[in-house]
Design a binder for this molecule. Structure first.
Ligand code: ADP
Ligand code: MG
Length: 695
């Protein structure tokens, strides 16, 4: 980057110590930061109408001087503030309701701009709560030429805090642009600019601040959004390439074990499973380590796909490690896998934190000797003393529960083993491109045949007694029930039912049944114990927060009641609903809630309408936005200044294509072109990716 752009802002003309502090608060320290401080909006002031030419009912922009102001109290709790302005041709009022302080904002003689819909009131023009800006103070008649940046053009609106006005900020930006734009250099190779019809960088920066037309503004936005996505995708592409630079074991896909496995399979694979198995097989014979994420709704049959890969490992004399987040899940997988591999000479073992010392030693010895083909476990698998003879495949279930480091530690126990990670949380494509950009993604988007769809019913709060009698009926039929609440404990601030309180209520109402409580503030062992008892049918009703385990199979739990359903994200509701529908009887998901808004109601209707996790995830993403959707920062969701992964998904796809075409050498660049790009990636992503040894 040009050295002039690194200049600190205190050296800029007109930026005194107080301003520096203010700008620092906005994250602005250098000239570069200023140039990259983009407007949040733009308003068209190129078309300011003489007041006598405005049209009633139209949105118009006018400019005039404040000639009178007053606030009238209509009732004790209702006031109207009227600011009258005048230009050479006429008069118009800006009107505000119950905002008496507006009167203090405007001073007599101020030159102001109003933007809003024109109405006629008692023969006079007025605008209700117009957008406004004071462009010249009436008190101090300072001569300045600021008009050229504040009116008669498309004007930027910046995201600002108190103590600095749009006008003041525009002036600083204008000065910066006028004096420093010349130092900005293009870094994007010509081929890319041409292929994706992007405007050059200087042009983009200029027009993002001071667009000469809305068309140029749009081109500027497109270019800057493209760049933002592009460098992330380039970082992913480089990272992915680095993985693929390693040598991976070529698996035997025509061995004896896989043949036996296929012959003993109790059902036929779904088309989605077949497709995904092909994708995995291709990875396993590619000679490079597999790095694949397998997404599929709860119950879509990911486990059997994972076992398929593990059997291929066995045919290739390699061991498989399967890591899952909890002990119950590990036990469940162990039993399922043993069952699937009955009669086939594949040795499966289970290693838990609580495994007895003697047994543990035996397992570890066998693992090291290569006598165990598939080992299933929790975090226990990444302990120091767990050693493999030849670990060839790592499978991680419910991957969101593990950190990247834990994954890496398991992988380290082999020599570039193939890696398959699985998740039951459907992630929309735009998000997986930004979060799993260096990982290949496979999707199972089809459930095995013969599943009874879960009946989802929406109730309002006051129908709770109908629900209780329905549940009474179901309990008599020997069915188990989940009841889910958003809170663990009663809170003074929010008037919501909590799990603890409702546990009491359920216990009292259903006296003959065993009602248990589970929530995130309990110890992990305690929780697992309760889940175990629920699975063994010792517990009939499980009152819970959202902690109930992903992927747990309790076939007789076929009713789930979720109260305050409007408080949960759609994806969360979908995950919760996935707890039922695992047995032969009809399952029910009862959503209880009183959404306060039309949108809230529509959200819940989506749950009633569809059971497709991807559709729900897309909807959830568009309602709540990426940050909320992913839940926490730890998922590595990158922050974008100007791009939006939902609205700009098309640009995202194009930038990915461009970035990967460079790394895959489909697009030939010379050395200097590459250096320019890598310099920027290093600056942006050196913390996120380990890219410092790029050549
Ligand atoms: P996931 O891990 O994706 O939630 P599982 O692998 O546990 O799902 O599969 C759910 C159930 O569906 C299991 O009982 C499994 O045996 C069964 N299953 C998987 N694939 C098929 C199929 N193609 N046809 C019929 N049943 C299947
Ligand atoms: Mg599973």
């Amino acid at each position: 980057m040009n050295i002039n752009l690194n200049k600190e802002i205190q050296y800029l003309k007109g930026v005194g110590p107080n301003r520096v502090k203010l700008l620092n608060k906005l994250g602005i320290f250098s000239v570069y930061d200023l140039i990259y401080y983009f407007p949040r909006d733009w308003v068209d002031r190129s078309n300011i109408k003489p007041i006598n030419k405005v049209k009633i009912g139209e949105k118009e922009t006018v400019k005039g001087k404040v000639i009178s102001k007053e606030t009238r109290k209509i009732r004790y709790n209702f006031s109207i503030t009227n600011i009258l302005i005048r230009d050479e041709k006429g008069y118009i009022s800006g009107v505000w309701y119950n905002q008496p302080y507006m009167e203090k904002i405007f001073k007599m003689g101020d030159e102001v701009i109003f933007h809003g819909k024109v109405e006629l009131y008692r023969g006079n023009f007025q605008m209700n709560t117009p957008e406004y800006e004071i462009i010249k103070s009436g008190e101090k008649q300072i001569e300045d030429n600021d008009d050229i940046i504040n009116v008669n053009r498309i004007v930027p609106i910046y995201p600002l805090t108190e103590n600095i006005t749009q006008k003041q900020f525009r002036k600083i930006i204008k000065f910066t642009i006028d004096n420093y734009l010349k130092y900005i250099e293009e870094y994007m190779p010509d081929v890319i600019l041409k292929k994706y019809s992007l405007v050059d960088f200087k042009n983009a920066i200029y027009n993002i601040h001071y667009p000469e037309s809305f068309e140029l503004l749009q081109k500027a936005q497109e270019r800057l959004k493209f760049d933002e996505f592009f460098f992330l995708q380039l970082a992913y592409a480089i990272n992915k390439n680095k993985i693929k630079d390693k040598k991976g074991e070529i698996f035997n896909t025509t061995g004896i074990y896989i043949k036996q496995f296929m012959e003993s399979l109790p059902f036929e694979f779904t088309n989605a499973q077949k497709r995904v198995i092909e994708e995995i097989k291709n990875d396993l014979i590619s000679g490079k380590p597999m790095n694949r994420l397998l997404q599929g709704d709860v119950g879509s049959g990911k486990t059997i796909v994972a076992i398929y890969a593990a059997v291929l490992a066995k045919d290739s004399n390699k061991q498989t490690a399967i890591m899952v987040p909890t002990e119950i899940l590990a036990v469940q997988h162990f039993n399922n896998i043993k069952n699937y591999l009955k009669g086939i000479d594949v040795n499966v073992e289970l290693l838990l934190g609580g495994t007895q010392k003697r047994l543990r030693e035996k397992i570890l010895a066998n693992l090291k000797e290569g006598n165990i083909d598939i080992i299933i476990g929790t975090h226990s698998l990444i302990q120091e003393d767990v050693k493999f003879k030849n670990l060839g495949l790592v499978i991680i279930d419910e991957q969101h529960r593990f950190g990247v480091l834990q994954r890496a530690e398991l992988i380290k126990k082999g020599e570039n083993p193939h890696c398959l990670i699985m998740t039951a949380t459907p992630i929309p494509r735009t998000l997986s491109l930004t979060v799993y950009g260096d990982t290949d993604v496979s999707i199972i988007d089809e459930l095995p045949p013969g599943r009874k769809p879960i009946k989802t019913i929406l109730f309002s709060d006051d129908k709770i007694f109908e629900i209780y009698s329905f549940i009474e009926q179901k309990l008599k039929e020997n069915i188990q029930v989940y009841a889910v609440y958003p809170l663990v404990e009663e809170s003074e601030k929010i008037d919501l039912k909590s799990a603890i309180k409702m546990h009491k209520e359920w216990s009292e109402r259903f006296k003959g049944y065993n009602v248990a409580l589970i929530h995130g503030q309990m110890l992990k062992q305690e929780r697992e114990q309760i889940m175990q008892e629920f699975k063994q049918k010792k517990i009939h009703i499980l009152v819970a927060t959202t902690v109930i385990e992903v992927g747990i199979d309790v076939p007789d739990a076929s009713v789930i009641v979720i109260e305050h359903a409007e408080r949960f994200g759609l994806s969360q509701l979908h995950q919760l609903r996935g707890r039922v529908g695992r047995g032969k009887t009809q399952s029910y998901c009862i959503l209880v809630g009183d959404p306060k808004t039309e949108d809230g109601f529509k959200r819940l209707e989506i749950m009633v309408r569809t059971q497709n996790g991807f559709e729900i995830a897309e909807e959830d993403l568009s309602i709540r936005g990426p940050g909320e959707f992913m839940g926490t920062k730890q998922h590595g969701l990158p922050e974008f200044k100007i791009a939006n992964i939902i609205r700009d998904r098309k640009i995202l796809e194009l930038s990915k294509e461009a970035a990967f075409s460079i790394v895959e050498k489909k697009c030939d660049l010379n050395h200097i072109q590459k250096i320019k790009l890598y310099d920027i990636i290093k600056m942006k992503y050196k913390d996120k990716f380990n890219l410092l040894n790029i050549s």
